[in-house]
Design a protein around this ligand. Structure first.
Ligand code: SF4
Ligand code: FES
Length: 234
């Protein structure tokens, strides 16, 4: 049994076990911290940086999804500094690829779009990169549209950790990083993909979707996500 830690989050006394993250402790106590790469049931990798919080005594912001609770910790999850940081994070996701919501299958159910709305991001201050990125429609049922990918790696983790196929990886670094199947083989030629569709279910944007879906048609099945990971491990 893990030891109990007591900490303060946004002025509230919170009890958590020593193996919990700040994000998990906050959510258990009804305190909302925005996330994109986190998904309950998958390992946390601290990729998106949206869940950053302030820690008393630390000049740096920390990612709450990969920070363990500590005794006496004092955490702030809402401040102007955090809002500005999170708005910039979300803005960078939009600018790094080609997110044209009006013609995206995920319009209305996209978590990136939702984060932008919640943060009041109504314009961009920096110029978009408009990279040329590929669409892989070689799979008989699904499509990967790299234009919408934010490299959160949820698909990589659900495929490796839950389905056990490990079809997906992220290849390259920085602006050149790309999601690849079977180390660069077109998805339709993948020998590891089981066509289970878990990656499509967990993708927060319109980067992975079922063929035949039109703009704004698929609705995210968010309550399905914890079900997916819990029952896959049962
Ligand atoms: Fe994340 Fe979707 Fe890109 Fe996979 S395809 S890394 S789930 S945004
Ligand atoms: Fe913590 Fe993405 S949710 S870094």
């Amino acid at each position: 049994m893990s030891e109990v830690r007591t900490l303060v989050i946004d002025g509230h006394d919170v009890a958590a076990t020593a193996d919990q993250t700040v994000l998990s402790a906050a959510r258990e106590n009804g305190i909302h911290i925005p996330t994109l790469c986190h998904l309950q049931g998958l390992s946390d990798i601290g990729a998106c940086r949206l869940c950053m919080v302030e820690l008393e005594g630390s000049p740096r912001l920390v990612a709450s999804c990969v920070t363990r609770v500590e005794e006496g910790m004092r955490v702030t999850t809402v401040s102007e500094r955090l809002n500005a940081y999170r708005r910039r994070v979300v803005e960078m996701f939009f600018l790094e690829r080609n997110h044209v919501c009006a013609v995206c299958v995920a319009n209305g159910s996209c978590e990136l779009q939702g984060a932008a709305r919640d943060l009041g991001l109504d314009h961009f201050e920096l110029a978009p990169l408009h990279p040329e990125v590929a669409v892989d429609a070689t799979h008989e049922r699904f499509v990967l549209d790299q234009n919408r990918c934010i490299l959160c790696s949820r698909c990589v983790r659900v495929c490796a950790e839950v389905e056990g196929a490990h079809t997906w990886d992220i290849q390259g670094r920085g602006a050149d990083a790309r999601l690849v199947s079977d180390l660069g083989t077109p998805w339709g030629s993948s020998t590891t993909c089981t066509s289970c569709g878990k990656c499509v279910q967990v993708c927060p944007t319109g980067a992975l979707f079922e063929k035949g879906r039109s703009v704004a048609e698929p609705k995210a099945r968010r309550p399905y996500l914890p079900y997916l990971v819990d029952h896959s491990r049962a």
